[in-house]
Design a protein around this ligand. Structure first.
Ligand code: ADP
Ligand code: MG
Length: 404
């Protein structure tokens, strides 16, 4: 039995014309003999009726408990699922719509940002056996008490992979409003190019470091379950980006394709705050600070610990909490706000000398100050001022000829 999961994002279901395109994509696979499970997001973006943001604005978020907010938000995906089903029914196809709960998506109790624990595939498989195209409302599940939970922004991507894994699908297609994963955010870098093949780890890094195109948790799950993934455009027939493990052939092909492509993509994360703690003597026990930071659930990034200086970055939302801790611990510190973390990603950079030098040179040429750097086997990070973001992305995109 050939099974495919197709996920459609918010813009894909936002208008009748767009939903017609979605219906075509579904029917195409159904006619190829696939059992099709469709996962949909809520309609449209902020301002559109029934979009997640529109629903949120209709209640007092300070008063409304998270459980009720999730109940409200879950309606967005249910509405788009039923409306999409209508398009398929009108074309004569058998359809069944399931909420996340009905689809067997079991989560923890973390309302607003729940984690999927497992998927009971009984209902989905029953529908597929009856030859029904099965539409599942994305972004939602239920805890063990049957209370509806949501999975956080971009959560429908996670729904799609979790379902795909539970029914042993052949692959998952993620449909969106661009042609696939691109070398950079196309809204900033005009000549960004679609990447036809990527490894899970590259896309994971790209998503984790800010590229919105897919949820990092979805990629992580796909990698663990070894589910091949294609990210493509709802509105045309371009081939999209195929994401799978970097097997030897794949690596060899890539090497033949372009010896120059050490960096494959770049991305950025704004709202970062750099923290520099100065220690005059060595008597302060860093364990105390680290413990407080952990207790307060503050996540640190770009960590550089020197004898007399401890440097790291945090998200702007954690700034007040951190300052309270630093004051309590009587530490001397500097805070640099409005920073942006730029990531240059490519699994082939491992062991290649001079990549950092090229990055530094390209940024210096544009008079962009580098506040901090760090690197791993497949990524180089630079912290810069937020105002330099666009200039930096363009400079690096050009330096590594990602437009070619
Ligand atoms: P959906 O609603 O389909 O889930 P998203 O808005 O979550 O769509 O993700 C798609 C958007 O991600 C694109 O429209 C694009 O603006 C943005 N994006 C940012 N970085 C990238 C990138 N490197 N490649 C592709 N898209 C990107
Ligand atoms: Mg998305």
């Amino acid at each position: 039995m050939k099974i495919i999961v197709q996920k459609f994002g918010g813009t894909s279901v936002s208008s009748k014309e767009n939903r017609d395109k979605v219906a075509e994509k579904i029917i195409e696979k159904y006619n190829e003999g696939y059992k099709v499970v469709v996962v949909v997001s809520a309609i449209g973006r902020k301002g559109d009726p029934y979009s997640t943001d529109t629903l949120l604005e209709m209640v007092n978020q300070k008063l409304m408990p998270p459980k009720e907010i999730d109940l409200l938000l879950s309606c967005g995906e249910i509405i788009s699922s039923v409306i999409l089903a209508n398009h398929l029914l009108e074309r004569g196809y058998k359809v069944s719509v399931l909420t996340g709960y009905q689809a067997g998506i079991k989560t923890d109790n973390n309302f607003g940002n729940a984690e999927i624990i497992n998927v009971d595939n009984t209902n989905i498989l029953k529908n597929l056996d009856n030859d029904k195209i099965t539409i599942v409302a994305g972004f939602q599940g239920a805890n063990k008490n049957g209370e509806i939970t949501t999975l956080g922004r971009g959560g429908s991507d996670i729904s799609a992979i979790a379902i795909g894994k539970s029914i042993n699908c052949n692959h998952v297609e993620i449909f969106t409003d661009v042609d696939g994963v691109m070398t950079a955010d196309p809204n900033i870098v005009a000549n960004a190019k679609v990447l036809s093949n990527m490894s899970y780890s590259e896309v994971y890094q790209l998503a984790e470091d800010g590229a919105k195109v897919i949820h990092p948790r979805a990629i992580e799950m796909a990698q663990q379950a070894n589910i091949p993934l294609i990210i493509k455009n709802t509105y045309n027939n371009s081939k999209g980006t195929s994401i799978k493990e970097t097997d030897v052939n794949f690596i060899n092909n890539r090497k033949q394709l372009s010896n120059e492509k050490i960096i494959t993509s770049i991305t950025y994360k704004k709202n970062r705050v750099q923290v520099i703690i100065s220690l005059d003597d060595n008597k302060y026990n860093m364990d105390n600070l680290m413990e407080e930071i952990t207790l307060n659930n503050i996540s640190l990034d770009l960590i550089t610990f020197l004898v007399d200086k401890k440097i790291f970055t945090i998200d702007i939302n954690d700034k007040e909490k951190l300052i309270n801790i630093l004051e309590k611990e009587n530490l001397k510190y500097d805070i640099v706000e409005n920073c942006c973390k730029i990531s240059a990603i490519g699994y082939k950079m491992r062991g290649v000398p001079g990549v950092m030098a090229r990055i530094v040179k390209a940024l210096s040429k544009e008079n962009i100050e580098i506040l901090q750097t760090s690197d791993s086997h497949n990524t180089i990070w630079c912290l810069i001022k937020e105002e330099d973001t666009n200039k930096a992305l363009k400079a690096l995109h050009d330096e590594f000829k990602l437009y070619e």
